[in-house]
Design a protein around this ligand. Structure first.
Ligand code: DX5
Ligand code: ZN
Length: 213
């Protein structure tokens, strides 16, 4: 299992040391939640903050857009050379076009599904995707409760991926902990995002990441 800590739960007053600590603790990706205050009821960070994060991180960035104007934000973050940019299918009218654009920028394209969105909605996009991100909470905030129906959805998606594009990874985001990690692994999930579990773990970041792996 690959682990991508969400820096939304980091101490933003000490962001440099937080990024260094999760990278030293063995994370695989650094998950960055970008919220515009429109698509979701919260506002987070732009390139002014994410650029230094990219410079400090020794692991690739996984940028999760929760925005209405995906095109605008792809242009804004592409120069930081993240490994992944993921956008929500619910906020994009032309997902096929945007996937091609992200790939043409040398970034791995990914699509995010909210808890109510069926995997069938992206069946004809899977062949062009590097990753599908399944939300296991309603997007907007860290520290929410895991929605268990994501496990069934991951299994259905895994079957689709095996038939269409076995290279496409499945990532799950929201409420992930040592309590649900085995269910996610058994469902075929490749990467988990974990915010409050990693940054709030009593035994430190390495114990948290190791326990998920
Ligand atoms: C929610 C974000 C998540 C969140 C995860 O909108 O996409 O990445 O920070 O935090 P936890 O792991 O605390 O649910
Ligand atoms: Zn996220």
């Amino acid at each position: 299992m690959l682990v991508a800590p969400s820096i939304l739960s980091a101490d933003f007053g000490n962001l440099k040391s937080e990024i260094e600590a999760i990278c030293e603790a063995g994370c695989d990706l650094v998950h960055v939640d970008v919220m515009d205050g429109h698509f979701v009821p919260n506002l987070t960070i732009g390139p002014v903050v994410v650029k230094p994060v990219a410079n400090i991180a020794t692991k690739p960035l996984d940028i999760h857009l929760m925005v209405e104007d995906n095109n605008f934000f792809v242009d804004l973050f592409a120069p930081l050379k993240p490994k992944y940019i993921s956008f929500h299918i619910e906020s994009e009218r032309h997902p096929d076009r945007l996937i091609s654009k992200i790939a043409s920028l040398g970034i791995e394209p990914a699509i995010v599904l909210n808890p109510h969105t069926p995997p069938q909605s992206i069946e004809y996009l899977i062949e062009k995707l590097s990753m599908v991100l399944l939300m296991s909470v309603n997007p907007g905030f860290g520290g929410q409760k895991f929605i268990p129906s994501v496990v069934k959805k991951a299994k259905v998606l895994k079957d689709m991926i095996e038939q269409i594009n076995p290279n496409c990874l499945i990532e799950v985001d929201g409420g992930v902990s040592d309590k649900n990690i085995n269910l996610l692994k058994d469902a075929g999930v490749d990467i988990v995002v974990a915010g409050s579990y990693v940054f709030g773990h009593k035994d430190g970041y390495k114990s948290a990441i190791d326990s998920l792996k």
